[in-house]
Design a protein around this ligand. Sequence first.
Ligand SMILES: *[C@@H]1O[C@H](CO)[C@@H](O)[C@H](O)[C@H]1NC(C)=O
Ligand SMILES: *[C@@H]1O[C@H](CO)[C@@H](O)[C@H](O)[C@H]1NC(C)=O
Ligand SMILES: *[C@@H]1O[C@H](CO)[C@@H](O)[C@H](O)[C@H]1NC(C)=O
Ligand SMILES: *[C@@H]1O[C@H](CO)[C@@H](O)[C@H](O)[C@H]1NC(C)=O
Length: 294
Amino acid sequence: MQSSKPPITIFNIILFMIISILQLTKPVCTLPICRNLCGGIAINYPFSIDDGCGAPQYRKMLNCSGDLFFLTPSGNYRVRSIDYEKQTMVIYDPSMSTCSTLQPHHDFILTEIQSVVIPPTSDTIFVLLNCSIDSPVLNHYRSLCFNFSGHSCDELYSSCTSFKLFHPLSGVYPGCCYTSYNTVKLMSMNILDCSHYTTVYNTDDLKGIGPLDWSYGIKLSYMVPNTGCDRCQRTGGTCGFDTETEVMLCVCGSSTNSTRECAGGIVTGGGQKRTPWVFFQVLVLFMGAYNLSI
Ligand SMILES: *[C@@H]1O[C@H](CO)[C@@H](O)[C@H](O)[C@H]1NC(C)=O
Ligand SMILES: *[C@@H]1O[C@H](CO)[C@@H](O)[C@H](O)[C@H]1NC(C)=O
Ligand SMILES: *[C@@H]1O[C@H](CO)[C@@H](O)[C@H](O)[C@H]1NC(C)=O
Ligand SMILES: *[C@@H]1O[C@H](CO)[C@@H](O)[C@H](O)[C@H]1NC(C)=O
């Protein structure tokens, strides 16, 4: 195998081939049918901000208007982060009270589907503040309240600038309750009869840490439907679904959708089927031919 041409030529040809492959496959891989970023947060399966992308269970749950929002019947909550490994999402209710701001209560309501597929985690607690003496959580439902990581409710009243407004009457702070999502799912804020609320997450890590340094927000834990999305992703596709039937689709490009995977899958859309694999095969053939000709 002696070549009179300098090796740089072979290198150039291979480089040219690689660049051609990248250019030819680019329209297939990067067309923004399914946007994968919003406000600096990666949007991956099962979530989506475009209809027909992601899992149908999470359809129309996120809104990208500059920042990423989680849509619920009680309002749009800003998404702080999504941890795809731990399968959690942290959202923030801008109209709730915190250690530094006092805002009137409002309900936190999820849809039926949301409360099944993406409920708040057990280490997210709802803090009901300034509850009237008739509040269910101070009477019949007293057992729904608990202390967490060594923290009592009175600590909030005494440490937070905002909650200091709730003065103790004859030495006793107004009613307060640390409780779980199930309580606010069961009873509306009006029934609970507490004038303010806040939420804290990662409560297991807050032992010995004061309320000023707690993480305020709601951590949700989501399920990933087992629909064989791995196979689609491995072949360069994005998992989506038919917007009419909600049957899973592997979105491969603007003109190509497949039922399972992009390369070698059953193509449902019309049009060309360009995949990196096809061009890899062409490259191998080309290089083989080139070697033989030397
Ligand atoms: C492929 O699926 C996406 C998302 O559901 C859709 O927007 C697009 O029109 C589909 N293309 C074809 C060719 O079916
Ligand atoms: C998305 O959020 C923006 C800002 O909160 C809002 O104006 C818009 O109506 C929302 N879209 C949907 C579909 O909820
Ligand atoms: C506390 O709740 C009572 C009703 O139970 C209400 O009248 C009062 O304004 C609330 N305090 C604050 C500071 O909002
Ligand atoms: C929480 O802690 C406070 C102060 O230590 C205590 O008085 C109260 O009984 C505790 N409440 C519960 C539900 O354990």
